[in-house]
Design a protein around this ligand. Structure first.
Ligand code: AMO
Length: 448
């Protein structure tokens, strides 16, 4: 491997020879001196080269041929080309960019970029998505995925500390995992298979397998034809499931703990960068997060002047915004658990209230006005489960493999699923999950 110093590590080095490598962000080609801003994954630095252009009457360079070649190479450098530079590091307070400069001694153009860059700072989101690899060279876009790395690492820290097991569940399935709506069907040899909409059934299987608690961060697929800022046809789902809970309260407690750990790690590692690039002073949420039963939340929203259409339905996006605004005013909190969803709008596997089967032991977590999660205690009594599936118009025969999980003993359990890109979008005040998804997939986007 070629030795190179990351730009972020230059400041701590004494003056002297260094090798750096990255791409060309800008070239300022002046008569007597040339400046190149070189950026790598860690930052940007100014490279200077005293330009050698003078030719004697015979057309021979008065400087060394090598120096002339370097000057010509820099004049011809296209924006985005990957280069390796060796030079003398100098600390100079007058240099705006980090008070540092590398005085070039040799330049290697490792990979040349086409001269015309297809996107610019003001390109549309769709255009930027077409050229996502160039879009991601923008430090602001790359920061999103550093933040995501930190966030997930912190979540894993909590899970591993608690002794949970990480699983990878299959994404090819013989049946639907959430509902028959939004289901991708694929040819599977002589038959059909379906892309997993959620790891739901298999994370529950781990409870019957006696794993105690599991987590998974993996893809989920929904054939959702809508073009909203919060829906993708493929998204990363953050899932966990734990045994021996008393109710969904225990799931919410774990959920809070994970969010606090994730946000704390992000604030510690990237708080300043988030303020710089996104203009947001990110706060670590305090525990407990407010909890409001759904029916009450709808009433609160109605009292504020917005009536959620259809009394028997879930919150709609405006309802979510309104309840978040209320929670912010009343509790100064960015998160709220909406609890006790009606059985009519929840899947068959949610456990219902003891004594009131019209309500479920479930919740949605709303963050800054958008749902990021659904969680619940699951129904683990197989006879009740079969009954609830039937009631939802599902064919228990198709679910036999899943129902078997509950026929050989299973502890009470529950968990949640959370859309990773939504968390990042709301954390950073971005307008769409397209910005916080590495490569977005939607009804009209399969490329790149
Ligand atoms: P649900 O269907 O509510 O619940 O999904 C959980 C979370 O996943 C995210 N999400 C999406 N993100 C982007 N694009 C989509 N099309 C999309 N659909 C869902 C949301 C949502 O809150 N099995 C249950 C979870 C559980 O009970 O454990 C489930 O899948 O952030």
């Amino acid at each position: 491997m070629n030795e190179r110093t990351l730009v972020k590590n230059l400041a701590a080095l004494p003056a002297g020879p260094v090798t750096i490598a990255g791409w060309v962000e800008t070239v300022r080609d002046q008569k007597k001196v040339q400046f190149v801003i070189l950026r790598d994954e860690s930052g940007a630095v100014q490279v200077v080269n005293p330009a050698t252009r003078e030719l004697d009457p015979e057309g021979v360079s008065v400087g060394a041929a090598e120096a002339l070649a370097t000057t010509e190479a820099i004049s011809a450098l296209s924006h985005g080309s990957f280069i390796r530079v060796t030079g003398e590091l100098k600390h100079d307070e007058r240099v705006k960019l980090g008070g540092l400069e590398v005085k070039l001694t040799s330049l290697e153009v490792v990979s040349e970029a086409n001269p015309e860059t297809p996107i610019a700072a003001d390109s549309s989101l769709d255009k930027r998505m077409d050229w996502r690899f160039l879009d991601l060279r923008n430090p602001k876009q790359a920061l999103i995925f550093r933040i995501q790395t930190t966030f997930l690492h912190a979540l894993r820290g909590v899970w591993v500390e608690k002794g949970l097991i990480e699983i990878q569940t299959p994404k090819l399935m013989a049946s639907a995992s959430e509902s028959r709506a939004e289901l991708f069907e694929v040819d599977y040899f002589e038959g059909k298979a379906y892309l997993a909409q959620s790891p739901q059934f298999f994370k529950q299987m781990a409870q019957a397998a006696g794993f105690g608690g599991i987590f998974e961060v993996g893809p989920a697929f929904r054939a959702d034809p809508s073009f909203t800022s919060r829906h993708a046809t493929e998204f990363t789902s953050v899932d966990t499931e734990i045994s021996w809970i008393d109710s969904h309260e225990d799931v919410m407690a774990l959920h809070e703990e994970l969010m606090v750990a994730g946000f704390q790690a992000v604030v510690d590692a990237h708080g300043a960068a988030i303020a710089e690039h996104f203009g947001i002073e990110l706060q670590v949420p305090s525990r407990p997060f407010p909890r409001i039963p759904l029916a009450e939340a709808k009433q609160i929203v109605a009292d504020r002047g917005y009536v959620v259409p259809r009394a028997d339905a879930d919150m709609d996006p405006e309802g979510e915004r309104q309840i978040s605004a209320y929670v912010k005013e009343a509790f100064g909190h960015d998160f709220v658990f909406l609890t006790d969803y009606a059985s009519s709008i929840r899947p068959f596997y949610h456990m219902r209230h003891e004594g009131d089967p019209s309500l479920t032991n479930s919740y949605d977590l709303i963050y800054n006005g958008v749902e990021i999660s659904t969680g619940a205690q699951r129904e683990h009594r197989v006879d009740v489960l079969v009954e609830q599936a039937r009631e939802k118009g599902m064919d228990p025969e198709e679910l036999e493999f899943y129902l078997d999980f509950f026929r050989y003993g299973v502890p009470p359990h529950g968990g949640f699923g959370m859309g990773l890109a939504r968390v990042l979008m709301l954390m950073l005040g971005e307008s769409s999950i397209r910005e916080t998804t590495y490569l977005f997939r939607g009804p009209t986007r399969l490329l790149p």
